[in-house]
Design a protein around this ligand. Structure first.
Ligand SMILES: *Cc1c(COP(=O)(O)O)cnc(C)c1O
Length: 425
């Protein structure tokens, strides 16, 4: 059956045809493709067309699709039993591997998604500090927990209003929403309300509204102000953890958060999330402490096996240097393709996270992104599908370089982009 006929059936039985909204191609022209198999950096759709994939399941697949070692580890685990609902050794092994890469934390709790990790970390931060207020930034995504589906209130209101239907205003009333890249607004907020803040949560390299790389001064202000006011700093590293570096963003930035949330890569393509902190904070979570959090499939051996193998392989010498080199090669190629064709574009990159935005400078805040230019991205997306290259189906999403992309894959992608840009002029 073809992509088109699957899509028709899907829209009958799945709302919007999908199980996660961005997959529905609402932000780019055309209908979604249906994929049936994948290996390395390539996947094949139901029309039997093959693509070089730069979306890679939105980040988890740092080793590429169907990595043979991950697959073998998963098959082993499944053979022994897919879930025990009781302690099993792979939970300990993954926790040890995880903490070995993140020495600023003592303990970790595994859950089943990034959303769950963030939701639990915030509950723990509130339980630990005895305070209610949360600070987040416009342009950062932290999953879909009610109190984080929030946008800045109108006018001078600091406290957020729900950004989704179905979220009571009372649920977002304890979430303050501030702009990224604005030390003054942050300082003003903390001067007034800082002593009521349980936690400030930020993506250390915000990568869910493009790639809005922050200045070191801004991130340092987040650290200093939370510390001064007895609030916790949470780095949401669901994308950046084990991505921008062997540990994630914290070691790259030289800033140590009080808590971290993880997902994507640590599951190696299976549903895993995690949150971590020093022992005195983690001691507050149940069963040791009064803050409740649980999960039927938490720490299940299949997901733990995939995560363990992924961490083991990414921990090999030179792994991140190689990704950095590939990212730089892709960036240079894309920049040249744009310049040669007279297309105004900026390629923003942090290690293997890469984002092309059709404006002359890299934006550092949500407000600085020119939303109208997303139409240009939509054209690029469609034209690249025709040329066998698959990008994330929204200009607000970043691309992911994996160990499975070879120099030839990068050069073929750059050639396809160059050809597309030339065809526009
Ligand atoms: C993806 C993501 C989440 C949510 O993770 P899910 O597994 O989709 O629930 C949270 N925070 C950040 C920074 C993310 O990129």
């Amino acid at each position: 059956m073809s992509n088109a006929s699957w899509w028709k059936r899907a829209t009958e039985v799945l709302p919007g045809g999908v199980n996660s909204p961005v997959r529905s191609f609402k932000s780019v022209p055309g209908d979604p493709l249906f994929f049936k198999s994948a290996r390395g950096c390539r996947f094949t759709d139901e029309d039997d067309r093959e693509y070089i994939d730069w979306c890679l399941s939105w980040g988890p697949l740092i080793l590429g699709h169907a990595d043979p070692d991950v697959q073998a580890a998963v098959e082993n685990a499944v053979t022994e039993g897919a879930t025990f609902g009781a302690p099993s050794r792979r939970e300990v092994l993954l926790a040890e591997a995880f903490l070995g890469r993140l020495p600023h934390f003592d303990q970790v709790r595994f859950v089943s998604s990034g959303t769950e990790a963030v939701m639990s970390a915030i509950r723990l931060a509130r339980g630990f500090t005895g305070r209610d207020l949360i600070v987040k930034f416009t342009g950062c995504y932290h999953g879909h927990a009610d109190h984080l589906l929030v946008e800045a209130g109108s006018g001078l209101a600091t406290f957020g209003t729900p950004s989704s239907g179905g979220v009571p205003a009372g649920f977002t009333g304890s979430t303050a929403v501030l702009p990224l890249d604005d030390v003054e607004a942050l300082a003003r907020f903390f001067a007034e309300d800082g002593d009521q803040v349980a936690a400030l949560i930020i993506e250390p390299f915000p990568a869910n509204a493009g790639l809005l790389v922050q200045t070191p001064e801004f991130l340092q202000a987040c650290r200093d102000l939370t510390e001064k006011h007895g609030a916790l700093l949470i780095f949401d590293e669901v994308i950046t953890g084990f991505r921008v570096d062997a540990g994630g963003a914290a070691p790259v930035l030289g800033i140590t958060p009080d808590m971290g949330t993880y997902g994507k890569i640590i599951g190696g393509g299976f549903p895993v999330g995690a949150y971590a902190a020093r022992r005195k904070i983690m001691d507050r979570i149940s069963p040791n402490g009064p803050v409740y959090q649980a999960g039927t499939l938490s720490g299940n051996p299949v997901a733990m096996a995939a995560g363990l193998t992924t961490l083991e392989k990414t921990g090999r010498p030179g792994f991140y240097d190689d990704l950095e080199r590939k990212g730089a090669r892709l960036q240079a190629g894309l920049e040249k393709a744009a310049a040669d064709a007279g297309v105004t574009a900026t390629v923003v990159r942090q290690g293997s996270l890469i984002w092309t935005v059709f404006q002359p400078e890299a934006p550092r805040s949500f407000a600085a992104v020119d939303g109208a230019k997303m139409e240009t991205y939509g054209r690029l997306h469609r034209d690249l599908i025709d040329r066998g290259v698959y990008l994330a189906p929204s200009g607000w999403e970043v691309g992911f370089v994996s160990a499975a992309h070879t120099d030839d894959d990068i050069d073929a992608t750059v050639a396809a982009v160059a050809d597309t840009f030339q065809s526009w002029s």
